[in-house]
Write a protein of this length. Structure first.
Length: 580
């Protein structure tokens, strides 16, 4: 009896902590030391923005925010000595807004630019010159500021006067990217400085409204009592941005239950927020990941690619069934294969039940492969209604080795002890139809079939293999063609893995006229399924097996395809073959 590890045990995968938001005491490895020249580099950086900052702060003063403007100008002049967190925040917000000065062209590009070149400069200088409390308070105050946009004809450009936000405004402003770096710095702050931040924020929370309280919970997620208090606030206060901030601080299923009630979609969260939720809450986060995964459409290719691999790591029926229900998505099919190997008992139970109920060919194939890999689980974990799917047809007797081509008995790679490729996971000789010998009712032995598969894998795109021609001479043509189609069909069910394109090329070596006719509708459909390259390769295969002199199958594609590129390729292929 084969023994398996506990399939219900949750383990945070390697690499997830690095992708998550910083959390003191959990992922401290992301921190680095403060450099002594950081403020000098910040002053040099700010010189480029100085004229625009001065103009915008002047307008800020003219509109009544004199104290805010004075603090910003003081920090701009002396970032090493100005002890005003508000002034530091004002300068950052203006730099973060001004994509014209650095010619980024858009706020998206400017944000990425600042992430690379400026965010760490600001935070590290604040912490180095003034301490962690200053840096934390400056980041918090960034959440309390917003910039307006005023076009000034005399200046010939836009200015950005600042003002304090109104309480009902829950927008991030220029807070989150900067605050993430402050949160990272607080990971390794000396305990005395960390306690000073907690004390200061405690006072600010008692004096501030909803918006700033959410920001304090983001910056100090270790204060789980703050998170609980924030989640008790009536739901109508929340917007998606506030929910996203709190998501990075949740650690319990109870908190996550509030998160579900607030109903911000998984796809709206950034990577850091997603991985914070996955690492801190763990298995309890499965429902929201599954819910949004199942709500995706075929056109959400990126979201599918990003989410499917995550579901592999959740040891739950819910996560496995989500993948099982989306096998027509290539990333989901690949993730399902990995989950099947990771949770063999769960897979046997759920695969067999799904295969019995829905008769999905891809699922049935995976179930049969899994049963071959784990025969010890069949008796205890296969659904009763699925047992018939494991029954096989009566086998033909195996041919005597003396009647086989020598290459199928002792292939050359055995004599040279060369390393040969193994059939991929999605292909098992035991599930393929037997190949009948020419002129009798015997079939190739399974060992010979294995050698044939090796030759097909090694044959390449040129469809040239003397060994396979010897096999064709010794076997029944229609039986060999059916075998080739079964290999090809298994490749299709596996999601057309590109590294196994040999399965398509093998049709040129084993196929017949019936193979060509069956291939035509697939070639016509593939371009509409993002399979243009696959369809073009299949034209070569079709040309190799289209035996009629007028090339009816290629001409059919040239006439019927609604995709111009495929039509032209088929027409060119006919001309290359000497047709009209």
């Amino acid at each position: 009896m084969v023994l398996y590890d506990d399939e219900d045990r949750w383990v945070v995968p390697d690499g997830w902590w690095v992708k998550a938001e910083p959390f003191r005491g959990m992922n401290d490895s992301r921190t680095r030391g403060l450099e002594a020249d950081v403020t000098a580099r910040l002053r040099e950086f700010l010189e480029r923005y100085r004229p625009q900052i001065v103009r915008s702060l002047t307008m800020t003063s003219e509109q009544g925010e004199t104290e805010l403007a004075a603090a910003g100008l003081a920090f701009l002049d002396a970032p090493h000595s100005c002890d005003s967190p508000m002034g530091a925040a004002a300068v950052w917000v203006l730099v973060a807004r001004d994509y014209d000065t650095c010619h980024c062209g858009s706020m998206v590009r400017h944000s990425a630019h600042l992430d690379e070149s400026a965010r760490d400069l600001f935070v590290d200088s604040w912490a180095f010159e003034h301490g962690y409390l200053f840096a934390a308070e400056a980041a918090l105050l960034c959440y309390d500021l917003e910039d307006d946009t005023k076009y000034v004809p005399a200046a010939g450009r836009q200015l950005y006067p600042l003002r304090h936000k109104v309480e009902h405004d829950n927008a991030y402003g220029r807070f989150w990217g900067l605050a993430s770096q402050v949160r990272s710095r607080l990971l390794t702050a000396p305990e005395s400085e960390y306690r000073a931040v907690v004390q200061r924020f405690t006072g600010m929370r008692s004096e501030s409204g909803f918006r700033l309280r959410i920001a304090t919970s983001y910056l100090l997620p270790e204060r789980q009592d703050w998170v609980d208090a924030d989640l008790s606030i009536p739901e109508e206060k929340y917007r998606s941005q506030a929910v996203a901030l709190l998501t990075t601080a949740m650690t319990t299923p109870e908190q996550f239950a509030h998160r579900l009630a607030l109903d911000t979609r998984w796809s709206y969260l950034g990577d850091e927020a997603r991985f914070s939720l996955l690492t801190l809450v763990g298995v309890a986060a499965t429902p929201i990941v599954v819910r949004d995964f199942l709500a995706l459409g075929d056109w959400h290719a990126r979201a599918i690619r990003e989410t499917a691999p995550l579901l592999v790591h959740f040891p739950t029926d819910e996560a496995y069934l989500a993948l099982l229900g989306r096998t027509h998505w290539k990333p989901a099919a690949a993730a399902l294969t990995k989950a099947t190997a990771r949770y063999p008992r769960r897979a046997m139970r759920l695969l067999s039940a799904h295969a019995a109920e829905h008769a999905n060919p891809a699922v049935v194939q995976l179930f049969r492969l899994h049963a071959l890999a784990h025969p010890d689980l069949i008796e205890t974990h296969v659904h009763p209604d699925a047992r018939s799917l494991l029954e096989t047809e009566a086998k033909l007797p195996e041919a005597d080795t003396n009647d086989l081509p020598a290459i199928l008995v002792t292939p050359p790679w055995q004599l040279s002890r060369a390393r040969v490729p193994k059939p991929p996971y999605w292909l098992s000789p035991a599930l393929l139809p037997q190949i009948r010998m020419r002129g009798n009712d015997a079939a190739l032995p399974q060992s010979a079939t294995q050698h044939l598969l090796t030759m097909l894998i090694m044959s390449g795109r040129d469809h040239d293999s003397t060994g396979i021609r010897l096999v064709a001479d010794a076997t029944d043509a229609s039986s060999l063609a059916e075998f080739g189609w079964a290999v090809f069909d298994a490749w299709q069910l596996a999601g057309h893995p590109g590294k196994d394109i040999w399965a398509l090329h093998s049709l040129a070596l084993l196929g017949d006229d019936d193979t060509a006719a069956r291939l035509v509708p697939l070639i016509l459909a593939w371009p509409g399924e993002s399979g243009h390259a696959r369809a073009a390769l299949a034209l070569d295969v079709l040309a190799a097996i289209d035996s009629a002199p007028e090339f009816p199958n290629l001409n059919s594609i040239a006439r019927k395809s609604k995709f111009k590129g495929l039509r032209r390729a088929a027409e060119q292929k006919v001309r290359d073959l000497g047709g009209i």
